[in-house]
Design a protein around this ligand. Structure first.
Ligand code: PMP
Length: 379
């Protein structure tokens, strides 16, 4: 038998930009109060859990899922008031939808006769990191346009200039934005859509926590798509995102979708959950009220001493800025109190000393405030 050839080492086989990456890190939250990932902290009432498990008894695991997820599409259209004439594309989380869009426009290499040679994905920064990551995975050029440093508002002039200069195939605008929590001015977004030669995707992951939405505006521009997820409304474990837009675009992106990307259990569970949407709505309303209480309490805690700057939020998390150099001490101190939050210090030049606090259960938020009061008051 001939000797098998030696496998090439990673440095010869893998793209340099992939080798240079660190894998997306999710910290272990076992035993901690989990305020790091914008999840809905409320579980389902026991009776509803029992009904859900009964509903799953009909799921057939020996068969592939419905590739079109027809029942789920119908349930989503109704529950989310998708405008008539618009189609839906479903993803394994909205992360997967971003990936489908990126793959569909990717044209690696030169010689397409277009300038620039590689299509561009444009996003606002600081923003959701997966836009940049997925651009890199798909081999797209990535352009990040900085938000205003003081209030994280959209810099319309800079964004329009970048669109003019880079002619992005895809522009992502999170509305509200993660990790800053704010809503950009709607008229600025309208101008961006109108000025864009490519598609503009308004990412409404945090829609359950605000009344603002571009969903009713679908059809006003041929290049507007709206992306949503069920993750933040209380179904993060399902992994289900949806993209709404003109049928001609959705049909094109559907070609990139892997045939069975939303599994049998997720489809059945999502249909069930959407039927009981009132429960989830009550929970998201409670989170909204709790967000206001938490923000007011954080502002009161600081009492104008400048130890904690609290940014306004239309989402289910609050961005705060500590005094210079204090972010990691507060992060570690909270961990000692059994509370896991997200530190953004060092992740972007505009986020120095910033921490992101997901709104938890009232008793979890009370513990967070107590721990912060102990640390901030200590000095
Ligand atoms: N968009 C934004 C703005 C987000 O913050 C997130 C999750 N943090 C997502 C999309 C992805 O959501 P999912 O993949 O859970 O649907």
């Amino acid at each position: 038998m001939p000797e098998p050839p030696e496998t090439l080492p990673p440095e010869m086989l893998l793209r340099p930009e992939i080798q240079a990456l660190s894998a997306y890190h999710v910290p272990d939250a076992t035993g901690l109060i989990k305020l790091d990932a914008m999840e809905n902290p409320y579980g389902w009432p026991n009776a509803l859990r029992d009904d859900w498990l009964r509903a799953l008894r009909d799921a057939e695991l020996n068969r592939y899922p419905d590739p079109r997820a027809g029942a789920l599409q119908t349930a989503l259209r109704e529950a989310m008031a998708i405008p008539a004439g618009m189609d839906l594309l479903l993803g394994n989380g909205s992360d997967e939808l971003i990936q489908m869009l990126a793959l569909a426009v990717a044209a690696p290499g030169q010689g397409t006769g277009r300038e620039p040679a590689r299509p561009t994905l444009l996003a606002l920064e600081p923003g959701f990191v997966m836009y940049r990551m997925i651009a890199l995975f798909a081999g797209l050029e990535y352009v990040g346009v900085p938000l205003n440093a003081d209030d994280f508002a959209l810099d319309l002039d800079a964004t329009l200039q970048a669109i003019e200069a880079h002619q992005p195939a895809l522009t992502f605008i999170a509305y509200p934005n993660n990790p800053t929590g704010n809503l950009f001015a709607a008229d600025a977004i309208e101008q961006i859509i109108a000025a864009s030669p490519g598609l503009v995707i308004v990412d409404e992951a945090y829609a359950p926590f605000t009344d603002a939405s571009f969903l009713p505006r679908l059809g006003d521009w041929p290049n507007l798509l709206v992306m949503r997820t069920v993750s933040k409304m209380g179904l993060a474990g399902l992994r289900l995102g949806y993209l709404a837009g003109p049928p001609a675009w959705i049909a094109q992106f559907d070609k990139v979708r892997l045939p069975y990307n939303v599994n049998v259990l997720s489809q059945a569970s999502a249909v069930f959950a959407l039927r009981h949407r009132a429960v989830l709505d009550q929970q998201t309303q409670a989170i909204r009220r709790e967000r206001e209480r938490l923000a007011a309490a954080l502002i009161a805690l600081d009492a104008g001493r400048g130890r904690l700057t609290v940014y306004p939020s239309a989402a289910n998390f609050i961005l705060v800025r500590t005094e210079p150099g204090r972010a990691s001490a507060l992060f570690d101190g909270l961990l000692e109190h059994g509370i896991l939050i997200k530190t953004l210090d060092g992740s972007h030049p505009l986020l120095a000393d910033c921490l992101r606090l997901t709104v938890g259960l009232p008793e979890e938020n009370a513990k967070l405030l107590e721990a912060l009061a102990a640390m901030i008051g200590r000095r």
